[in-house]
Design a protein around this ligand. Structure first.
Ligand SMILES: *[C@@H]1O[C@H](CO)[C@@H](O)[C@H](O)[C@H]1NC(C)=O
Length: 356
C-alpha cells in the first residue's frame, strides 16, 4: 500500500514537473519548434496561390499525368502582327486525328507555305506544341481572309492540287496530307528548326538512355528504337490496319545486329504486355514502361536508327531519326478502306526499307 502510494506520488510529481517545464520558460522553444513548419505551410499555400494567379499549372498537371513538364513555345499572332507582311497570303490546315497526324499536317503546312511563299499559321492549342518548340505563328482561323479551300483526295496519297494553290489569296488545306512528298525538300529544316524537342524532354530522354546503357554495360552501342503499334491496329483489321507479325521484328533486329554489332534496342509500344510476351528479351533489348507518349517519342528520336510498324506516330519517330529506318511493308492491307486511301510510294520515303 505504502509503496503504491509512493509510486503514484512520484508519477504525479513527474507530471507536474513536465507541466511546469512546458508552461514555463519553454514557451519560446515551443514557438520555435512550430515555427518552421508554419512558415513552410504558409509558403506552400502562397506558392499555390501564386501558381493559380499566374495560371501556369504546367508542373502540377505534368506531375499528375506522369509527364515531363514542358513550357510551350508561344509565338502569338498578336505579338508579331506589326512585323508581318500583310500583303502575303496566309495558309492554314485542319488538324484531324492525333499527334502523329498533326505532325503530318504541320509539316505539309510548312512545305506549302514555303513552296507558295505564304504565311503559315497554326492554332495555339496544337498538341505538337507539347513536344516540340515550333517557331510558327499561332492564331485563329479568323485570320484567313476569304480563303480558298483545298480538300485532299485521299489521306495517304499525294494530292497534286497543292501544286496549283492560288497565290493571290489565302489558303485552307483540308485533310490528313500524309505524304513525304509535301515537305521532304524541307526535311533538314524541319529537323533542325521545327521539330526541336523541349529542353526538359530532351534531357529526360538523354538521361533515360544514359542510365540504360550504363545498367546494361553497353556504353557506346548503336541505338535502335522499335515502335510497336498495336491496340486499335489489331482490332480494326477490316479497315486495312495491320499490326506487324512477330517474325518482322526478329528479322529487322537481326539486320541491325549483323550490321552494327554492339546494338541496344529500345522498344516503345502501346501494348506492353503483348510486346514483352512475344518479342526478344535479350540483354540488348529494353522495354520502355513510360506512360508519357511525348517522352517515348523523345527517346525514340534520340536513337540512331528505327524499326517502325504502322501509324503516323511510328512514321514520325522514324522520320525524325537520322539513320536507317525499316518499316513494315504489310501496312496497310491492300483492297481495304485504308489500303485504298494509300499509295505506298507516296506514304513511305524512298530511302526507307520496307520489310516483311
Ligand atoms: C478498294 O478499291 C477496290 C478497287 O478500286 C474496290 O474494288 C474495293 O471495293 C475497295 N475497297 C474498299 C473497302 O473500299
Amino acid at each position: 500500500m505504502d509503496r503504491l502510494n509512493r509510486i503514484q506520488v512520484s508519477v504525479s510529481s513527474n507530471d507536474d514537473m513536465n507541466i511546469s517545464r512546458r508552461s514555463g520558460s519553454n514557451n519560446c522553444a515551443m514557438r520555435l519548434r512550430r515555427g518552421p513548419k508554419c512558415y513552410i505551410l504558409a509558403a506552400t499555400f502562397f506558392f499555390f496561390i501564386f501558381l493559380i494567379y499566374v495560371n501556369d499549372l504546367t508542373y502540377i498537371t505534368a506531375y499528375l499525368n506522369k509527364k515531363v513538364p514542358v513550357h510551350r513555345h508561344v509565338v502569338r499572332w498578336l505579338d508579331y502582327k506589326l512585323k508581318i507582311d500583310h500583303r502575303k497570303p496566309r495558309i492554314m490546315i485542319t488538324y484531324k486525328g492525333r499527334l502523329g497526324n498533326h505532325m503530318f499536317e504541320y509539316a505539309t503546312l510548312m512545305g506549302m507555305a514555303r513552296r507558295h511563299n505564304m504565311t503559315p499559321i497554326i492554332p495555339e492549342d496544337l498538341d505538337v506544341l507539347d513536344v516540340f518548340k515550333l517557331p510558327t505563328l499561332q492564331g485563329g482561323l479568323d485570320l484567313l481572309r476569304e480563303p480558298k479551300s483545298y480538300p485532299e483526295e485521299k489521306a495517304a496519297t499525294y494530292y497534286k492540287g497543292v501544286e496549283n494553290i492560288d497565290r493571290t489569296c489565302d489558303a485552307y488545306l483540308e485533310g490528313y496530307y500524309q505524304s513525304w512528298r509535301y515537305f521532304d525538300n524541307l526535311r533538314e529544316e524541319l529537323l533542325t528548326k521545327h521539330f526541336v524537342l523541349h529542353e526538359s524532354l530532351k534531357s529526360a530522354a538523354k538521361e533515360y538512355i544514359r542510365k540504360l546503357l550504363e545498367e546494361r554495360n553497353l556504353e557506346g552501342a548503336v541505338l535502335v528504337s522499335i515502335h510497336v503499334r498495336r491496340g486499335d491496329f489489331v482490332r480494326q483489321k477490316v479497315k486495312g490496319y495491320t499490326a506487324a507479325p512477330i517474325p518482322y521484328y526478329y528479322r529487322a533486329m537481326n539486320y541491325f545486329r549483323k550490321k552494327y554489332g554492339k546494338v541496344m534496342f529500345i522498344i516503345c509500344t502501346n501494348d506492353l504486355i503483348w510486346a514483352e510476351t512475344n518479342l526478344d528479351e535479350g540483354s540488348d533489348v529494353h522495354y520502355s514502361h513510360e506512360t508519357d507518349g511525348s517522352l517515348d517519342l523523345a527517346i525514340m528520336i534520340s536513337c540512331d536508327h528505327m524499326i517502325i510498324t504502322s501509324g503516323s506516330y511510328s512514321w514520325w519517330a522514324g522520320y525524325l531519326v537520322r539513320g536507317e529506318v525499316i518499316y513494315y511493308a504489310g501496312y496497310p492491307q491492300p483492297n481495304t478502306k485504308i489500303g485504298n486511301l494509300t499509295v505506298k510510294e507516296d506514304y513511305y520515303p524512298p530511302y526507307w526499307q520496307g520489310r516483311w
